[in-house]
Design a protein. Structure first.
Length: 575
């Protein structure tokens, strides 16, 4: 029987400087490579330096990313000052907020895979020794982390930062305020002029959507995972702190090369448990479930829906942040960011303090001197006064979701809902019914054929859930789907239902008027129809043809897994 390999400390690991780039530029026969690199700014001394790629997700298509070109330059400056050679390259981004509720949103989750593939492609082709990746909108972040895990070269993630809130009629507003206003307008509760004024001021500039929505959730999860520098997740997009974060990240990758630390040394199973813990304590987005499963798969770490249940039983929700709470991310930034919360969780025994991070130190070492939040603040609760004593992310099973589903139950909606099904085969059909006032208190809205393959792309249902809230039905209507939800969604909602309707999952068998029961206490989602009747319906069910027959979404639909596996496109883990 072989003994387990001994763990090496960072100080005893071999340096990874020029481990890959040396193959590209060292030998006489590599003169052609050096010639082309001279043209992009190399001098002779640069060929003796490590080459670090800086992956920028800059574009003008979303406020989340319009400033990232400047952060990429700052990161490159940090790389150069530390002694390595930076090379900036771009990958794509799409805007969830802009495309939400349209056919364009089908590309959103698929963009995560395109981003991961493109970063892996460039870094792999150019033989970079290390990587800084900078993300802003929702899918940038998991895309960057998936690529880092696949490449397994020293890497640091930089979050683009949160947006500041807008101001409308003397109150803070954000993008979700606008989505909900659409429902209020349809119900006659808001004038045309007020809606126009709100949309003009809700997004005041650069940065990711301001609540504990998916972008801020994933940034926090990545920091807790150990893949970004302390408080990278909790800085305003336009700030000196964020520019300095990018510079320090460039220098940090150079140091990781010194120490021989790679992403897979950091992204361990215990580190993923830390990330889950942070997401729960913050009341974060259901999308974190999907993305952490996908990142773990890329890292070769076995993670499942049941791990979220296991961790969630012992971790409370402590943050009073939007969408279910009062505050935006900028308020958390103002009281010290994420690190004091992580210190609270560590001191409570809820974090693994021995996990390695991109600083070259452990979680516990990073948090050793972190000061607590100022007294009197009410953004982060104490353990004796939580928002919710256990996780708001509730994994459900049952005859409607044999492979699992994910509910977001903050506690304000109650823990059980039962009512007649109102069935729709697309998001668009649902929106028409909501805005026309055809949804009634007590209904369980079913939106199907919006799953990873059937959509394809698993669109987020922020438009329907916001319209429901805007019409004043947020606490009296439930919504279930094989699609997913924006981090801005709140209410009694269940998504990620697996298997999806397109594959003949039980959601495809639901008919109008069927009773559906959702119970967060027993963790069950049940279609109250006799098995004999369901068998009869299944026999009559006809498989729908693919929505797309060529292009990105056709390829995506061909390769994507079900939601309970993270909607991955490069194969499932064995076992």
């Amino acid at each position: 029987m072989k003994s387990a390999p001994k763990k090496t400390s960072p100080k005893s690991r071999p340096s990874l400087h020029r481990h890959w780039s040396g193959l590209l530029v060292d030998a006489t026969e590599r003169a052609q490579s050096r010639a082309m690199l001279h043209a992009v700014g190399f001098d002779r001394s640069d060929f003796q330096k490590s080459q670090i790629g800086v992956a920028s997700t800059w574009s003008q298509v979303t406020p989340c990313n319009i400033h990232i070109d400047k952060l990429a330059i700052a990161a490159a400056e940090g790389v150069a000052k530390a002694g390595s050679k930076p090379l900036i390259f771009n990958t794509i981004t799409v805007s969830d907020g802009i495309s939400m509720g349209t056919m364009g949103m089908k590309y959103s989750l698929a963009s995560r895979e395109v981003i991961a593939d493109s970063i892996e492609t460039v870094a792999g082709c150019e033989l970079f020794d290390g990587l800084v990746a900078i993300g802003g909108c929702d899918k940038n972040m998991p895309g960057c982390l998936i690529a880092m895990a696949r490449l397994n070269r020293p890497a640091v993630f930089v979050y683009g930062g949160t947006i500041l809130p807008g101001c409308f009629q003397k109150r803070d507003v954000d993008i979700v305020s606008v989505f909900e206003a659409v429902g209020a307008h349809a119900a006659g509760k808001m004038s045309d002029r007020d809606l126009e004024d709100l949309e003009a001021c809700a997004i005041p500039g650069a940065g990711s959507c301001g609540g504990m929505y998916t972008a801020n959730t994933m940034a926090s999860a990545i920091e807790a995972l150990g893949m970004s520098l302390p408080n990278s997740s909790a800085q305003n997009a336009i700030s000196s702190a964020k520019n300095e974060d990018a510079r320090r990240a460039g220098a940090a990758v150079h140091r990781l090369l010194d120490l021989g630390i790679r992403p897979l040394d950091i992204m361990t199973r215990k580190a993923f448990e830390n990330a889950i813990t942070a997401v729960i304590a913050l009341g974060g987005s259901t999308n974190a479930v999907l993305h952490l499963l996908a990142i773990a798969h890329a890292a070769g770490v076995k993670l499942s829906l049941d791990d979220f249940t296991r961790v969630g039983k012992r971790v409370p929700v402590l943050a009073d942040l939007k969408p279910s709470g009062k505050y935006v991310m900028a308020a958390l930034v103002g009281i010290g960011g994420l690190t004091p919360l992580l210190k609270m969780l560590l001191d409570r025994g809820l974090l693994h303090g021995d996990c390695l991070t991109v600083t070259g130190q452990t979680v516990a070492e990073n948090l050793r001197d972190v000061k607590p939040y100022p007294s009197g603040q009410d953004i982060i609760r104490d353990f004796d006064n939580p928002i919710k004593p256990t996780s708001h992310l509730v994994v459900l099973y049952g005859n409607l979701a044999p492979l699992g589903a994910v509910a977001k139950i903050s506690g304000k909606e109650g823990e059980r809902f039962s009512g007649p099904a109102r069935v729709f085969d697309s998001e668009e059909a649902t929106m028409k019914a909501i805005l026309a006032g055809k949804i009634k208190s007590g209904d369980v809205i079913v939106i199907r054929y919006e799953g990873p393959k059937g959509g394809p792309g698993m669109r987020e249902m922020l438009s329907p859930t916001s319209a429901i809230a805007g019409r004043g039905l947020g606490k009296s209507v439930a919504l279930i789907t094989d699609g997913r939800f924006s981090g801005g969604t709140h209410g009694f909602v269940v998504g990620h239902i697996s298997p999806e309707a397109h594959l003949g999952g039980p959601l495809a068998l639901v008919k109008n008027g069927d009773t559906i029961t959702i119970d967060a206490r027993t963790r069950l989602i049940t279609l109250d129809v006799p098995a004999k009747e369901l068998a009869k319906r299944r026999k009559a069910l006809k498989r729908r043809p693919p929505v797309f027959k060529r292009g990105v979404l056709a390829k995506y639909a061909d390769h994507v897994s079900q939601a309970h596996l993270g909607a991955i496109t490069d194969g499932a883990l064995e076992g």
